[in-house]
Write a protein that binds this ligand. Structure first.
Ligand code: GAR
Length: 205
């Protein structure tokens, strides 16, 4: 049985598309995207999912308390029998209720080398701080912002002639690459968590 992935997004959806493309190309074997949920109407990622024939739900978050909203989203994901929840540009903090509903089964991609530059516009934060290496991180999600145990990271060197846009573009290419790799490791169960450290176990031949 293919492992079922639920994707939560708020916007463009390029990380969702990268996962969908990896599944199609069998870089992510034995997996399927069972449901894509957006928290707002008009998220371009939802259109991209529809175009691929993937089931979608728009569950509007406006006006709802965090937990009341998360209960709705968790119910939709449970109904779709998802094994893993992937946040892909999902711009909301998750409640303890949601985290407890999917223990060690929620991943996020963030466009910085965490714990540096959590929060919004991480690429701009790194650029303006003047660091020489930016990058991206796939991590397990807990109740705190961009904070759970780190699965994979990729570093991107910042060039003198970079702009926030050119840097963000190179980071995004790395995001797409490491998200697939991380999802594969997690779905294959090739990891263990010791404290904050996520340790890989070798690939089975
Ligand atoms: C990505 O750069 C992702 O890393 C970032 O939002 C963008 C979504 O793009 N996520 C965060 O900042 C989470 N804190 P996408 O909709 O094209 O995947």
């Amino acid at each position: 049985m293919p492992k079922r992935i639920g994707v939560l997004l708020s916007g463009r959806g390029s990380n969702f598309e990268a996962l969908a493309e990896s599944i199609r190309a069998a870089r992510l074997p034995n997996a399927e995207i069972a449901l894509v949920v957006a928290n707002r109407e008009g998220a371009p990622g939802i259109e991209k999912a529809r175009a691929r024939g993937i089931p979608t739900r728009v569950i509007a978050s406006k006006g709802l308390e965090r937990e009341a909203y998360d209960r709705k989203v968790a119910a939709a994901l449970q109904e779709a029998k998802v094994d893993l929840v992937c946040l892909a540009g999902y711009m909301r903090l998750l409640s303890p209720y949601f985290i407890a509903a999917f223990p060690q089964r929620i991943l996020n991609i963030h466009p910085s080398l965490l714990p540096s530059f959590p929060g919004l516009e991480a690429q701009r934060q790194a650029f303006e701080h003047g660091v020489k290496f930016a990058g991206c991180t796939v991590h397990f999600v807990d109740e705190n912002l961009d904070a759970g145990p780190i699965v994979l990271q990729a570093a991107v060197a910042i060039r003198d002639d970079d702009t926030v846009e050119s840097l963000s573009e190179r980071i995004l290419a790395e995001e797409h690459r490491i998200y697939t790799e991380a999802v594969r490791i997690i779905l294959e169960g090739r990891f263990r968590i010791e404290g904050r450290r996520v340790l890989m176990t070798p690939e089975k031949k």
